[in-house]
Design a protein around this ligand. Structure first.
Ligand code: SAM
Length: 232
């Protein structure tokens, strides 16, 4: 269970209404039962239920069971699409171990608005579901051009370019760098945006295979390819 609370042996943690409902109403846990807690910063701690109420609860942490496992330094930068598909991308990015999730608007972006808190909640759920101890941060939507204006020199870009469909350009870069994956919207990147990325020394244009993938599929395929070549 994710809690936004400091954790440590002997630390007590108060649950909010939703968490109490989930643990005691849905999961049927009661006093004395154990729950694995993480907060995305301090690893995992088993905690004993010391008070189980309908709307609240208190847990007490035992000795740490797992240290914090930081994912590799990978950002997923993608243009938001329809709500459910954007949710999917965030969920999969958290499962695949992205360190940061950057929604970005491009010339052909379908949706200029995101609910950051909602996407962050999806990332938390996905981390809970896959037993992670880290939760990637979902940052505010930013224009791609603005993002590139201040792009850190030492961060490489895996630029998924749909116009290379079927080309041989797959990822073959050296590890040990910081990375970001760039995925365009349903309409793809504009010619200007593609030219800008192609002109950047630290951007590596790649093909994701012989067919044009939907943006949500492309995000998962790109993260898998990155993991295979450069992940830990
Ligand atoms: N509207 C575009 C077209 O018809 O050419 C397709 C855009 S695609 C649905 C959305 C994004 O997924 C692209 O901008 C790209 O980043 C990525 N993508 C999809 N298929 C790809 C492929 N085969 N190789 C590289 N990137 C791909």
């Amino acid at each position: 269970l994710y809690v936004d609370h400091p954790l440590g042996q002997g630390q007590t943690v108060s649950l909010d209404r939703d968490q109490a409902h989930y643990l005691f109403g849905v999961m049927r846990l009661g006093e004395g039962d154990l729950v694995a807690l993480f907060n995305g910063r301090e690893g995992e701690f088993p905690a004993r239920v010391v008070e189980a109420g309908k709307r609240k609860g208190v847990l007490e942490c035992l000795e740490q069971s797992r240290p914090l496992h930081m994912p590799p330094d990978l950002w997923l930068c993608f243009a938001p699409i329809k709500k459910a598909r954007t949710d999917f991308i965030v969920e999969k990015a958290a499962e695949m171990g992205a360190a940061l999730i950057q929604p970005m608007s491009t010339e052909f972006t379908n949706s200029e608005r995101i609910r950051r808190d909602r996407l962050q909640a999806h990332a938390v759920e996905a981390a809970e579901q896959c037993g992670g101890t880290y939760v990637p941060e979902v940052v505010d939507l930013m224009r791609m051009d603005k993002l590139l204006d201040a792009w850190p020199e030492d961060r490489q870009i895996m630029f998924c370019d749909e116009t290379l469909v079927g080309a041989a350009e797959t990822l073959s870069a050296a590890s040990g760098h910081r990375w970001a994956i760039f995925i365009g919207p349903e309409g793809g990147f504009s010619d200007r945006e593609r030219a800008r990325l192609h002109a950047m020394e630290n951007a590596h244009p790649v093909s994701l295979g012989p067919r044009i993938l939907r943006a949500d599929t492309a995000a998962v395929a790109a993260m898998t390819m990155w993991q295979q070549v450069l992940g830990d």
